[in-house]
Every structure is written in structure tokens, then in C-alpha cells.
Design a protein around this ligand. Structure first.
Ligand code: AMP
Length: 210
């Protein structure tokens, strides 16, 4: 299965990608997680990406295209992959096509902006391993501590309310056109966000026929 997760920031792409990744036995590639790790490690890519990320803007396409080409070259991607948060612009999608990146399906999770703003204010993220929780919808077993690796959970800088609004604007302007892009190619599947993570997973499984 070669899958792209589409949808606004906070739509649940990362959470659903993790669930699907386990079920299908293929890795999730999240450019957001790769970039956050690069920022933390202070690599040249991280230094370039940081100011864009903090402002809720997109990191330039050339940086992302390099990252994704390298990530997909790994042997773990041979049997498939789930792309979370990439492509995010038409030029990224076109570059991936030119590189011969194959896609079976682009799955769009539809959520209203108001729900997203509310949801992102409760998100808590592990800086060490990239896992994501929610204080109400998906709390960690112990408050403020990552279930997966035991490190502290933090509020991502770009989950602050003013940055969330900027990210939603960026989404509507630059990423939403990808829905038409994949529809034209006959690859698009759409699911409506549901009140719980499990119910949304069920909708996705139905849409994908898995
Ligand atoms: P995410 O964790 O997917 O919400 O990504 C967090 C931030 O990383 C975004 O707001 C962007 O600044 C940057 N980012 C992640 N993926 C991409 C991408 N494919 N293209 C451009 N910027 C990206």
C-alpha cells in the first residue's frame, strides 16, 4: 500500500497514519517529524526550516523534495509507505511524480476549521519520538509523559492559536489544491472526520477496503 494522507493540519493524519502503519506493516514517513528532528539536532536543513515552521509557513519545496527522495530510498519502503504531511504543494506532488514515486491512493480526511482550532489547542507532542496525544481525545497514560518513550510531552510552538490560524490559511491556499490534483488522477478517496479516533479509523478502513 502506497498511501498519501491529505487533510488540514490537525485533521488526524499523523494519528491515523500510525494506526494504518501498524495494520499494514509499512512505515510512515512524516516530513513534519523529520524536520522537527532536524531542527532539534541543529542540522543545516533544520536551521533552514525553523523560521518557516515557527511562523506556520511551509518549508521551501526544494528542501522537502530532497528529504522525501532520500526517505523513500530506504529498504523499509520497498513494500509500501504512508506519507504523512507530504506532498503539501502542487510542485512537491509534481516533483514526486517525476521521481517515479508511486501512489495507490490519496486519502483526504475532511474536518472543519473550527474543530481543528479546538483540537490543536489540546495537542501534546513528544519531541523525542514524535508521538502525538490529546489532553481530552487521546490522553497519555501518565499526564505529560510519552507512552512510547517516557520523555516529556510539550505543546508544539506551531500549535499556538495564532500559528494554527496561519497554518490553516497556508493549508487552504497551498495544500487543498492537491485534492483536485489526485482526483484528476483517479487516486482520491475522502472520509469525513468522526467524533472519535476509532470511528475515523473505521471510515478509513472502509474507504480503503482493508
Ligand atoms: P506537520 O507536522 O506535518 O504539521 O508539519 C509541521 C511543519 O513542518 C509545517 O507547518 C511546515 O512548516 C513544515 N512541513 C512539514 N511537511 C512539509 C511539507 N511537505 N512541505 C513544506 N513544509 C512542510
Amino acid at each position: 500500500m502506497k498511501l498519501i494522507m491529505l487533510g488540514a493540519p490537525g485533521a488526524g493524519k499523523g494519528t491515523q497514519a500510525e494506526i494504518l502503519s501498524k495494520k499494514l506493516g509499512v512505515p510512515t514517513i512524516s516530513t513534519g517529524n523529520i524536520l522537527r528532528a532536524a531542527v532539534k539536532a541543529g542540522t543545516p536543513i533544520g536551521l533552514k526550516a525553523k523560521s518557516f515552521m515557527d511562523a506556520g509557513a511551509l518549508v521551501p519545496d526544494d528542501v522537502i523534495i530532497g528529504i522525501i527522495a532520500e526517505a523513500l530510498r530506504g529498504p523499509e519502503c520497498e513494500n509500501g509507505y504512508i506519507l504523512d504531511g507530504v506532498p503539501r504543494t502542487i510542485p512537491q506532488a509534481e516533483a514526486m511524480e517525476q521521481q517515479g514515486v508511486e501512489i495507490d491512493c490519496a486519502l483526504d480526511i475532511e474536518v472543519e476549521d473550527a474543530v481543528i482550532v479546538e483540537r490543536m489547542s489540546g495537542r501534546r507532542t513528544c519531541e523525542a519520538c514524535g508521538a502525538s496525544f490529546h489532553i481530552v481525545n487521546f490522553p497519555p497514560k501518565q499526564e505529560g509523559v510519552c507512552d512510547k518513550c517516557g520523555q516529556p510531552l510539550v505543546i508544539r510552538k506551531d500549535d499556538r492559536p495564532e500559528t494554527v490560524k496561519a497554518r490553516l490559511r497556508t493549508y487552504h491556499e497551498q495544500t487543498e489544491p492537491l485534492i483536485a490534483f489526485y482526483k484528476e488522477r483517479g487516486k482520491l478517496k475522502t472520509v469525513e472526520n468522526q467524533p472519535t479516533i476509532e470511528a475515523t479509523t473505521a471510515e478509513i478502513e472502509k474507504a480503503l477496503g482493508i
